[in-house]
Design a protein around this ligand. Structure first.
Ligand SMILES: Cc1cc2nc3c(=O)[nH]c(=O)nc-3n(C[C@H](O)[C@H](O)[C@H](O)COP(=O)(O)OP(=O)(O)OC[C@H]3O[C@@H](n4cnc5c(N)ncnc54)[C@H](O)[C@@H]3O)c2cc1C
Length: 480
């Protein structure tokens, strides 16, 4: 059911005529994120500032219309998909870096600022913003805060919540609040801690104050080959067991390396069963010492062809391959379903072999590219949506992989969130009592349930809602 014309007119009176999109073809662009989910919003609204966000949310509350905040739409769990229709609240007009304080080492930004733009701006002060999702060229700081995103360098530096000092947010009644403050210690109840990672279900984030870090004086980056994913996994555990926490410790399997090398020509060894990309940073003496200790550990675990980047350009190319890996996999199949689970690091060999077996059972190619140091695996099921019935197979395979993750003592998500994709699986890990407590928090902050409905919490209507989404995918499939 589309939105009443009167509501659209009221929205236009808040943000201006051009900043409400309600034409069917234009809306289609906002129907998807980077997951396999899809559903059309009734209207896309692009506010310019916090006051406009508050006014839009007040209107939505008055008319009981769902509000789904949206950044760059790179989310991988369907979080920004308007499964119940309503307003896609597109935050990308709010993209100013309001302040960089080089002395206090903080930045105050609007939510639509792209992650990499913040790091580039901070670099001119010798600073950087540590959380670096592989999508950092596109994803927004608001989306990162809403998902509590990670990235290759979060192994050492911590994920988004460790770098957010405070936020300005708009709650479901349209009220605007600052949560937390300027200092690293959050005093009183940790509201910021609740809202970071709330996936648009509790509030709209309109400003974020983040911590910046001083750029390390030296960085060393090394690529190492392994005969198998198992040997590489053992090496990962051995490095950490040696008491070394590298800045980044990433793994790619042979399928991924083949696609990456064909695209980037970064010198990745295509005959290897897996590669590790290892980075350490700090003062020159300590990086040298750490890298030599890491080499020893990797060699003792069948590591070979170890190659350290000699120039910044070489380092950049190694990282371009890793961060562009998901795009490069498009060479193999046009569609992907990227999963995200975490297991204790020591369980990596077992879970990766279980993932391989599930892929073989369903006859679906699976590529693994992931934050190995955190035990955060990303099995990427590759498929062609034009193959009849393949999506059901892909979803079943994905569900089995997640079940295996839980059986190995893991968690449903390492960084991509629960969104729409995994809400039905929440009872696998949370008891009814746990879920009841979460519902109570939701009820206090959003009593009418207008904020991003159908996400995170298990939803009895999910199946029906997803079928509606599926229609969206089928329409698009005709174009490919
Ligand atoms: C190729 C690729 C690589 C990726 N690599 C990583 C990675 O290394 N680590 C990682 O953690 N993720 C990764 N992701 C996932 C994704 O990029 C992150 O989840 C990112 O934080 C989403 O940001 P976005 O701006 O695109 O948000 P969107 O996809 O637009 O939205 C994501 C969620 O945040 C909510 N939201 C967005 N903005 C706001 C706001 N202002 N206020 C309240 N809620 C809001 C939405 O409602 C939704 O629930 C990757 C994705 C891709 C496609």
């Amino acid at each position: 059911m589309s939105m009443q014309p009167q509501v659209v007119a009221e929205l236009r009176s808040v943000v201006g005529r051009d900043h409400v999109i309600d034409g069917a073809n234009d809306l289609r662009i906002f129907a998807r994120d980077a997951s396999i989910e899809g559903a059309m919003p009734d209207a896309v609204v692009l506010p310019a500032n916090s006051a406009e966000v508050a006014a839009v949310v007040r209107l939505a509350a008055k008319h009981r219309v769902p509000v789904v905040p949206r950044g760059a739409g790179t989310g991988l769990s369907g979080g920004a998909v308007t499964i119940r229709g309503g307003i896609a609240l597109q935050m990308t007009r709010m993209r100013r870096i309001l302040e960089i304080d080089p002395v206090g080492q903080t930045a105050l930004v609007e939510p639509g600022v792209v992650n990499q733009e913040l790091s580039l701006a901070a670099a001119s002060h010798g600073l950087f913003y540590a959380p670096d999702p592989s999508s950092q060229k596109a994803c927004t700081i608001g989306g990162n805060a809403a998902e509590n995103s990670g990235g290759p360098h979060c192994l050492y530096y911590g994920v988004t919540t460790n770098h957010v000092l405070g936020m300005e947010v708009v709650f479901a009644d349209g009220s605007v609040h600052w949560v937390s403050g300027d200092t690293p210690d959050r005093i009183g109840l940790d509201l910021c801690g609740i809202l970071v990672g709330s996936e648009g279900t509790l509030c709209t984030i309109t400003k974020v104050k983040v911590r910046l870090l001083r750029q390390p004086p030296t960085v060393a980056t090394m690529l190492a080959a392994f005969p198998t994913v198992e040997s590489a996994s053992h090496a990962v555990s051995a490095v950490i067991a040696r008491g070394i926490v590298p800045a980044a410790l990433e793994m790619m399997d042979q399928v991924t390396v083949g696609a990456v090398e064909a695209h980037y020509h970064a010198g990745y060894p295509t005959d290897a069963g897996a590669v590790l990309l290892v980075e350490v940073d700090g003062i020159a003496e300590s990086t040298r010492e750490l890298m030599s200790a890491i080499r020893e550990v990797l060699a003792a675990n069948e590591g070979y062809a170890m190659r350290e980047a000699k120039t910044p350009a070489e380092r950049e190319l190694l990282w371009a391959g890793r961060k562009g890996a998901i795009g490069a996999l498009g060479r193999i199949k046009p569609n992907y379903y990227l999963h995200d689970g975490v297991v204790p690091r020591t369980k990596l060999p077992q879970i990766l072999s279980a993932v391989g077996e599930i892929g073989e059972h369903y006859k679906l190619p699976v590529a693994n590219v992931f934050h190995a140091g955190d035990g955060n695996l990303h099995p990427n099921i590759l498929f062609d949506l034009r193959d009849h019935g393949v999506l059901d197979q892909v979803e079943s395979a994905g569900e089995e992989m997640l079940r295996a993750v839980i059986e190995f003592g893991g968690a449903l998500s390492g960084e991509h969130g629960i969104g729409l994709e995994k809400s039905a699986f929440m009872p696998w890990v949370f008891s009814p009592d746990d879920l009841y407590v979460m519902h109570q928090v939701k009820d206090v902050l959003d009593p009418d349930g207008i904020m991003n409905p159908g996400k995170v919490f298990p939803d009895p209507d999910r199946k029906r809602a997803r079928l509606a989404g599926r229609t969206g995918l089928a329409i698009e499939a005709k174009w490919w």
